[in-house]
Design a binder for this molecule. Sequence first.
Ligand code: KIV
Ligand code: ZN
Length: 523
Amino acid sequence: MTDQVQPDNASNKDRVLIFDTTLRDGEQSPGASMTFEEKLEVADLLDAMGVDIIEAGFPIASEGDFESVSEIARRIKNASVCGLSRAAPNDIDRCAAAVKHARKPRIHTFISTSPVHMKWKLQKEPHEVLELVTQQVTRARNHVGDVEWSAEDGTRTEFDFLCRCVEAAIRAGATTINIPDTVGYTTPEEYETLFRRVRETVPNSDKAIFSVHCHNDLGLAVANTLAGVRGGARQIECTINGIGERAGNAALEEVVMALKTRADILPFHNRIETTMLTRASRLVSAVTSFPVQYNKAIVGQNAFAHESGIHQDGMLKNAQTYEIMTPESVGVTKTSLVMGKHSGRHAFKEKLKDLGYELGENALNDAFRRFKDLADRKKFVYDEDIAALVDDEIVNANDRIKVVGLTVIAGTNGPQSAALTLEIDGEKKTHQATGNGPVDAIFNAVRALVPHEALLELYQVHAVTGGTDAQAEVSVRLSEGGKSVTAKGADPDTLVASARAYVAAMNKLMVKRGRGKPEEMRA
Ligand code: KIV
Ligand code: ZN
């Protein structure tokens, strides 16, 4: 058995470890897939932000998952890098191979323990599951010293059986025990009591760190997470923006700010640099193309906006009247219209730094060119405009298909038509198509230039800022052969933004399907 590893500072009884699963459970949200490069960028940011454990993916799921977990394992400097595996020898070995180059590797292995999962999903008797717990943890511990074991559907598991599984997992060498609320079913009181009782009942419970993992089906994920910590858990599993299966997971930014703001009654500390939360939220929203709802706690556009006269009056007298935390503490910079067409490259670079972006020379030059173009067309360039533009640039930097030109005929006298020029693997191609409206015409032109059978599942437009010259940000979700991807495009012209979004989604779909020629996109 490999030597047991205790995570840093685990001995401190009030220290909670932050385990981020944006790249694994988060990426499991339908349509939230990220490319290899995007995953690396998110992982780097999580590490810089002070996350303790990064769950980088599910290595057995695909070659792509394996490669991204391996690369993240190689490059991450501070955090532990973890991969997920089911209770099967191949899964565990593949996971071990993916994390083996990490400075601090972890294998996270799980099996269902609830009656409904054991009977219908696993089709196994409880004694067989118990046997597998010991086998899987033992196998994982032969690879690494840091092993997490999860009782999937833990909150619907029969209590005595849960305790027997936890005891067996710890005896076999698990260093972290996770009791997930897989289906978002529990309530705060119940979850807190569950942790307290399991820790009191299981004789070797002091040899492991207990972990919370909450889904948000009833909107209770963050409340349940904090309750689990009160019940003795010292690791929190969460995702940026709360993305994840179905209604998502507990949102990292909400959990961390609740701990910080209510340290008086939640005296648990962590290493997260909270001023990076807004940047992390923007990056994850950009790479998954999942918009953040306006009224989302901590990172929504309205989270620090005060509209009513009474509130504004109070704010002017003393911000504490209506603000329980400062915008600066979560990395919100003052929105201002400082940039315009006379702003130079240096000022642009400084602005990006304020907004939390650090671009390489080439990406900076491209972003600056697009900024100048935007400033020529739009009187005021706001922070949100720059963030949308740079996110677009980062996400699309390696695209094989690019929008080069678009002319549209729209209006009351149909048919509406679009002449679209794309650059496909360096070669320019143009096609003119008609459609039931200009957007339909554009999408028909794309389909003619790059034949494919993907279905359009979502088309959504929103304005980045106010005003009729605001940039439009369009989201497009395509699905093909059971795989779905979402992508965004931004431009002051809604039709150009639509073309960019559709083409960006196709680029993502190609990455997901492997490296074929764009013309061979048929399923
Ligand atoms: O929700 C869940 O049960 C999971 C496990 C794999 C930990 O994501
Ligand atoms: Zn989960």
